[in-house]
Design a protein around this ligand. Sequence first.
Ligand SMILES: NC(=O)c1ccc[n+]([C@@H]2O[C@H](COP(=O)([O-])OP(=O)(O)OC[C@H]3O[C@@H](n4cnc5c(N)ncnc54)[C@H](OP(=O)(O)O)[C@@H]3O)[C@@H](O)[C@H]2O)c1
Length: 221
Amino acid sequence: MQNKIAFITGASRGIGQACAVALAQAGAHCIISARTQMGLMQTDDLIQSVGEKATLLPLDLGSQDACKQIDLIGPSIAAQFKRLDIFIHAAFQYVPLTPVTQITDVAWDKNIQVNLSSPWRLIRTLSPLLSATKNANAFFFQPMASYLPFWSPVTAIHAALGAMIQSWQQEIAQLSSLQIHYLPLSPTNTLLRQSFFPAENKQTLNTPAQTAKEIIAHIIH
Ligand SMILES: NC(=O)c1ccc[n+]([C@@H]2O[C@H](COP(=O)([O-])OP(=O)(O)OC[C@H]3O[C@@H](n4cnc5c(N)ncnc54)[C@H](OP(=O)(O)O)[C@@H]3O)[C@@H](O)[C@H]2O)c1
């Protein structure tokens, strides 16, 4: 991973943080993003402990000016680093499980903005640089969706994100060496998982580091 540039969203904790640390350990320079400055600083400390430096990008994907900020990310990384080898989109905002008829306007709009529109905007701003970088890899994760009552806010994202990524894969296939992955993940002990399954036995779950290892094994050089 020497001289490779990686951009990881959701990097303040959980799977995104573990991916950033694993990639830094392998020698990549990581640009890490999330809302919480303190969480990003903890990830930065972990990255420094393996002898690397990170670039921090605090950003709330659900904020009013998030659109403008996301649109600037691709050109900014291009200007500073000239390449983007790995993009890992691990940001996901928890959305309460609710009957379809009781989803509030605020919860619906936030879910769509953070969990669906943001990955689309990120794809749009990063695609030129990812496509221009030889053998780049982009990762998205299938949300832990269950087609059962109350899960519609998450299953809606699962279906729409999957369809969008499938189209992008086909659009890019003949034009670039970019590999686009939409992975199901092993159940992993994170804050998001605890929010969806509070009573679950955590002993049976992967640690974020184990899941990060499984994700990074998919990187095609
Ligand atoms: N854990 C599992 O078992 C599992 C299973 C299947 C799929 N996944 C997927 O794996 C990915 C990572 O999830 P995780 O389990 O590691 O969850 P997590 O520990 O809760 O991490 C979620 C990350 O998203 C960031 N985030 C949340 N809202 C945000 C916002 N509005 N703007 C910017 N960043 C935001 C959080 O940082 P801040 O709060 O600091 O912003 C955090 O870094 C998600 O896509 C999830 O769907 C997880």
